[in-house]
Design a protein around this ligand. Structure first.
Ligand SMILES: *Cc1c(COP(=O)(O)O)cnc(C)c1O
Length: 409
């Protein structure tokens, strides 16, 4: 199969949610009654294009000419030698704007345009989703408004500037803890009154139905490509696939085409932050079922059900919730979940930079770090696929500050 020619069209999956968006007991649509008509309309609109060749051909045009797909599958020679295994990196870091996020932004923007919407709104935590959304809004000539907690606006100056440069308007949300969850509430509220001409672009496999399924369908191109590329390189399936998890989109993107392959172990890595007894982002390991962002899933919350702030060195894994399909896959034991701490991720950031000449995003460094966390006998002679979800350019200032002593001459 020639991936440069082929158009990817998702297929129905055995892990599809029911009509109301339930993955087992998770998912659903927990939103104000006034938002239900807009969600129901979007569900129908997406169903209409979900397996439609013309729709995906249009998306594919931008993937190939704008994003730079298919992304490379790179055999990491030096890591492989060091670990006595075969390590392959799926290079989502090579995409335009530097991560996998551009995939679901392009496809949703094509959908928005087809639906005749004039405006895109999004919420963002650290700003990476806001930047990717502002990028496609500029590309397709759509107005763009991004909701961002006031605290995040202050600490993510550079991304705020990027969004503005790309022509987006950034709302600093002053309510609550002035972070991501407050920005989500405001974005939902804004959508309720503006759904007619506005598309709400969600940036991971979370939110009310149909978003978790739709974003997973879109991102599943990663695993589809990787499966073909690995077949060409090795003639077989990988033994393990590792991906980091914030909301879970790059992970489901690479896992989806392998979930039915019994011999493949999919491993999702959450942000261990300062350790599981301190501040972290491990919704699956340490959270409990609760409602956030219009969905029921595992959630970091206190005894009163108040959402707790997540912590991670990497802004993209700093999400107190998790996509509902992951909650389901965890409970069914289909995917293995583990975590990597800030310190281990930083170590892997330097390790990959110096062993392969690839500076990974801090998020992706969590997946890389897991290669070192496994016991040698677990990986010896195995074929391991790691999703390199993004590049580290955006993290330079932060990492330079932390590691300045290590790199003094
Ligand atoms: C946003 C981001 C993530 C986390 O989001 P998921 O939906 O879990 O994939 C991971 N890696 C990078 C580079 C990101 O920008």
């Amino acid at each position: 199969m020639d991936l440069h020619k082929e158009v990817y069209i998702p297929k129905p999956s055995p892990f599809d949610p029911d009509e109301n968006g339930h993955f087992g007991k998770f998912g659903g649509r927990f939103v104000p009654e006034t938002l239900m008509p807009a969600l129901e309309q979007l569900r129908k609109d997406y169903e209409a294009v979900r397996f439609d060749k013309d729709f995906w051909a249009e998306v594919d045009y931008y993937y190939k000419n704008y994003v730079g797909r298919p992304s490379a599958l790179y055999y990491a020679e030096n890591l492989s030698k060091e670990l006595d295994a075969k390590i392959y990196l799926k290079r989502e870091d090579l995409n335009h704007t530097g991560a996998h996020k551009i995939n679901h932004c392009v496809a949703q923007a094509v959908l928005a345009k087809r639906l005749g919407k004039k405006k895109i709104i999004a919420e963002t935590g650290a700003g990476q989703h806001g930047v990717a959304t502002a990028t496609v809004a500029a590309l397709f000539g759509l107005e763009c408004e991004v909701f961002m907690g006031a605290k995040d606006v202050a600490r993510q100056e550079l991304n705020v500037f990027r969004m503005k440069l790309l022509g987006a308007k950034v709302h600093a949300v002053e309510s609550g803890s002035k972070t991501l969850k407050d920005a989500m509430n405001d974005a939902i509220r804004h959508w309720v009154t503006n759904a007619r001409d506005t598309y709400y672009l969600i940036g991971t496999v979370a939110g009310p139905h149909p978003y978790p399924m739709m974003v997973r369908d879109i991102q599943s191109i990663i695993g589809w490509e990787a499966k073909e590329q690995l077949k060409a390189a090795e003639g077989c399936l990988p033994d393990k696939i590792i991906a980091c998890i914030g909301g879970g989109s790059n992970a489901l993107g690479i896992f989806s085409h392998f979930l039915e392959d019994e011999s493949v172990e999919c491993i999702g890595i959450e942000a261990g932050g300062e350790g599981l007894e301190c501040k972290h982002g491990c919704s699956l390991e340490k959270g409990s079922p609760g409602v956030l962002h219009g969905q029921l899933s595992y959630l970091l919350q206190d005894e009163d059900g108040q959402v707790q702030e997540a912590h991670s060195i990497s802004a993209g894994l700093d999400y107190p919730g998790i996509g509902p399909e992951h909650a389901f896959l965890k409970d069914k034991g289909i995917v293995t979940y583990s975590h990597i701490t800030d310190v281990e991720a930083l170590d892997a950031f330097v390790w990959l930079s110096q062993s392969e000449g690839i500076i990974p995003a801090l998020e992706s460094s969590h997946a890389i770090a897991y290669l070192k966390k496994m016991k040698p006998e677990e990986i010896k002679g195995k074929i391991i696929l790691v999703n390199l979800s993004g590049r580290g350019d955006k993290d330079m200032i932060q990492v330079k500050d932390i590691l300045k002593e290590q790199f003094q001459d």
